[in-house]
Design a protein around this ligand. Structure first.
Ligand code: GLU
Ligand code: MG
Length: 403
């Protein structure tokens, strides 16, 4: 099995968010077909927290062992290989925000970011930290967030494919630790329609010969290449968001005033910016500089999310883009006129607007390849049709425990 995998339906790529299968994509339009799901044995982990069981990420290959165009992990591997040809590697890592809830609902909130809020989940925290370490996951920080019963775990950065693998293993580990304490972890972009959302912010830096290329003597602590990489992300941002925050509730999370980002711009340490540049500091050194993408959440496939981010940054480098001036304020508080003066537009506010943005940025869709892009679009359409028949509260509720 380690070598030849297990047989699975070729329809994995066209299951929608509600476990319905859409047959609207031409390449996967019938229930016939089988591919192999091959475990990546180098990443096999005996699970602490689920004793007697193990976990490994998988690779989908065609029945004859050849490449299968719908395999998401391969999409990221392709981007990493392309970047390597240009002498670039990356460090990436996610912050995972989630709500912890018992049968009685989420614990009453303590003050934001406080140790009092953490106290309510002490036993869970100890299990979680122990299990993460045993499962080989390094963490930067675990803390109470500012939403009700909301917590955040930041994973240590790693090479892109490992970072995406780690993100999936972290989900499993958190879910198991929560279960061990009679809790449930909700990763959905919106736990409730009005409350604070769960962002899974993605941090990325690019390196040449192991040296971070983002920091430099240019404006705002960016190097010329760092500026170009950032400008590439900004150019494609609406389309990137359609992949990094793709579920129906995802775009509703992106409201001004929630530190989740809502408008397309960048800023230096600006918590309202979808692209927050975290500069190097004398204290933390050059290696610390990175770009945080805020319109990113748990409903995204982590391999595809990182692949489009890397591709857009690389395109910015290739085109020698120069970013506009950063914005230090929250443009959500500005007038339409002022936003227009600064060229600040709203990120797609609906899944339909996201799909349009993806169609308009052909270079982003091309990262997925025509087959997977077709399947991705078909799934989004199926999700849209499903949601169109329901009140938004019901849509949010249906996603609450999905991820
Ligand atoms: N919960 C916020 C979001 O939806 C992020 C809060 C923060 O980490 O600054 O992205
Ligand atoms: Mg946070």
């Amino acid at each position: 099995m380690a070598e030849k995998g297990v047989g699975v339906t070729s329809l994995f790529a066209v299951f929608d968010s509600h476990d319905g299968i859409t047959f609207a994509h031409e390449g996967l339009a019938t229930p016939s077909g089988d591919v192999r799901l091959v475990p990546v044995v180098e990443r096999l982990v005996r699970l602490r927290g689920q004793d007697g069981l193990a976990w490994a990420p998988g690779r989908q290959v065609a029945a004859d062992g050849s490449a299968w165009a719908y395999d998401q992990r391969s999409v990221l591997e392709r981007q990493v290989a392309e970047a390597a040809e240009r002498g670039l590697t990356f460090k990436a890592g996610w912050e995972l925000e989630f709500v912890l809830s018992s049968d009685d609902g989420p614990a009453p909130g303590g003050p934001a970011y406080s140790s009092t809020a953490l106290l309510s989940v002490d036993e869970f925290t100890v299990t979680l930290l122990r299990d993460l370490e045993a499962n080989g996951l390094g963490i930067g920080q675990f803390h109470a967030e500012y939403g009700q019963a909301q917590f955040e775990l930041s994973l240590l950065p790693s090479d892109p494919v490992s970072a995406a693998d780690d993100q999936l293993l972290a989900r499993q580990t958190i879910h198991a630790a929560a279960r061990a304490h009679g809790l449930r972890a909700g990763f959905a972009p919106l736990h409730t329609a009005e409350g604070v959302g769960n962002g899974w912010h993605l941090h990325v830096s690019a390196l040449r010969d192991g040296v971070n290329i983002l920091p430099g003597d240019g404006p705002h602590g960016l190097s010329e290449e760092g500026g170009a990489f950032l400008a590439g992300l900004l150019r494609d941002l609406p389309a990137i968001t359609s992949v990094t925050a793709p579920s129906v509730p995802s775009s509703a999370r992106l409201r001004p005033g929630y530190f989740s980002s809502a408008y397309a711009f960048w800023g230096v340490e600006n918590r309202e910016a979808p692209l927050r540049f975290v500069p190097a500091t004398p204290l933390l050194g050059d290696g610390h500089a990175n770009i945080e993408l805020k319109p990113s959440d748990a409903s995204a496939n982590p391999y595809l999310a990182l692949a489009v981010v890397i591709a857009s940054g690389l395109a910015g480098l290739k085109d020698g883009l120069v970013p506009p001036a950063p914005i230090a304020e929250d443009p959500g508080t500005w007038s339409e006129e002022r936003r227009a003066e600064h060229g600040v537009t709203r990120l797609p506010e609906t899944p339909r607007a996201q799909l349009d943005a993806l169609a308009a940025a052909e270079q982003v869709g091309a990262v997925l390849g025509p087959e997977l892009l077709g399947a991705f679009r078909a799934v989004r359409e199926a999700d849209l049709a499903w949601a169109a028949e329901r009140p938004f509260d019901a849509v949010v509720e249906a996603h609450r425990w999905k991820y």
